[in-house]
Design a protein around this ligand. Structure first.
Ligand code: IPM
Ligand code: MG
Length: 367
């Protein structure tokens, strides 16, 4: 018998609970059609896990993720848990999973679908044809650097976070960026703040060194403030952007919004090691870029496409199923082409439908 492809499903909070089942349904349909033995195991993370167990990433859920070949995550967080201590906030579930699974490379593609041009706040001529990929370092930098915390000094308080990068951390993410670029337009823009921050001066130096192994790729460097500006001024100049954890967090939101809706963009977080069960697979966690959107949760209004496209990235990167991944992209394209939209991407002349119907329409294309 073929070995099961184990997928840990962690819907999380808010709309995570509505969009994740749509992506699972898409995977199930493809599994049946092409005979892939997908096996789904569900776990709780984020606010729901805090309510039930006191912590955002319970042992059981972490084990599920560690034992799976790939993880499908919805979103975590909500106003209910905002006042909590940092160590037990819903967001810690994400950071904990990234750290524990060693998911150091975060791939965030921003593609503008031609029929969505009017959903962007930018002019048509600026954004038409955008197709870029942010490669964000995900387990280092200021998000994880020590020392950190808030100290009392007399009657003052001092908040501390530390930006740290080692040569090996920079090398491995640079390699991912160059390898991603080899399958695209062969251009990498490395983003830093080397004029002010030593850690990113090292970043620039190491990326430049690693580049000598990839003579087919064109490498350039840009300061992060300039990159923020260039993303709005002329985003088409970018192919692959590689950058630190925090810069990548910020720039990927900006890149996402160029395409009109953050509700459309998937992501993949990849580690070095192969999955325990399927040595040929890359362990990965797949999730939409957007958050848990508590304001529209439970109303069948959320856009499931980012999560469905994330499932597509899972097929491609964790299971090597390129053809099936392409089918998902094509199905999403067709449904949009036919004029169906969730409220976040509604425009004149389109038909607004809910989360479930959007999922159903994508599945219809895949049968
Ligand atoms: C993201 C999110 C997370 C991050 C938060 C929720 C911890 O903004 O994935 O971009 O900052 O990495
Ligand atoms: Mg972010």
């Amino acid at each position: 018998m073929t070995k099961a492809m184990k997928i840990a499903v962690l819907p999380g909070d808010g709309i995570g609970k509505e969009i994740t089942p749509q992506a699972v349904a898409v995977l199930e349909v493809l599994g049946e059609r092409f005979n892939h033995p997908f096996e789904f195991d569900h776990g709780i993370v984020g606010g729901e896990a805090i309510d039930q167990t006191g912590v955002p990433l319970p042992e059981d859920s972490l084990r599920l993720a560690l034992e799976a070949d790939a993880v499908l995550l919805g979103a975590v967080g909500g106003p209910k848990w905002e006042g909590l201590d940092y160590a037990i906030r819903p967001e810690r579930a994400l950071l904990g999973l990234r750290e524990e699974l060693g998911l150091f490379a975060n791939l965030r593609p921003a593609i503008l679908y031609p029929m969505m041009t009017d959903a962007s706040t930018l002019k048509r001529e600026v954004i038409e044809g955008i197709d870029l990929m942010v490669v964000r370092e995900l387990t280092g930098g200021i998000y994880f650097g020590q020392p950190r915390g808030v100290e009392k000094i007399g009657d003052e308080e001092k908040g501390i976070n530390t930006l740290v990068y080692t040569t090996s951390e920079i090398k491995r993410i640079a390699r991912v960026a160059f390898e991603v670029a080899q399958k695209r337009r062969k251009r990498v823009m490395s983003i830093d703040k080397a004029n002010v921050l030593e850690a990113t001066e090292l970043w620039r130096k190491v990326v430049t060194e690693v580049h000598t192994d990839y003579p087919d790729i064109e490498l350039s460097h840009m300061y992060v403030d300039n990159c923020a500006m260039q993303l709005i001024r002329n985003p088409k100049q970018f192919d692959v952007i590689v950058t630190t954890n925090m810069f990548g967090d910020i720039l990927s939101d900006a890149a996402a919004m160029l395409t009109g809706s953050i509700g459309m963009l998937p992501s993949a977080s990849l580690g070095q090691s192969a999955s325990a069960h399927r040595p040929s697979c890359l362990k990965g966690m797949y999730e939409p870029i957007h958050g848990s959107a508590p304001d529209i949760a439970g109303q069948d209004k959320a856009n499931p496409l980012a999560t469905i496209l994330s499932a597509g990235m899972m097929l491609k990167y964790s299971f090597g199923l390129e053809k099936e991944a392409a089918l998902i992209e094509k199905a999403v394209f067709s449904v949009l082409e036919a004029g169906y939209r969730t409220p976040d991407i509604a425009a004149e002349g389109t038909r607004v439908i809910g989360t479930r119907e959007m999922g159903r329409r994508v599945i219809e294309q895949l049968k």
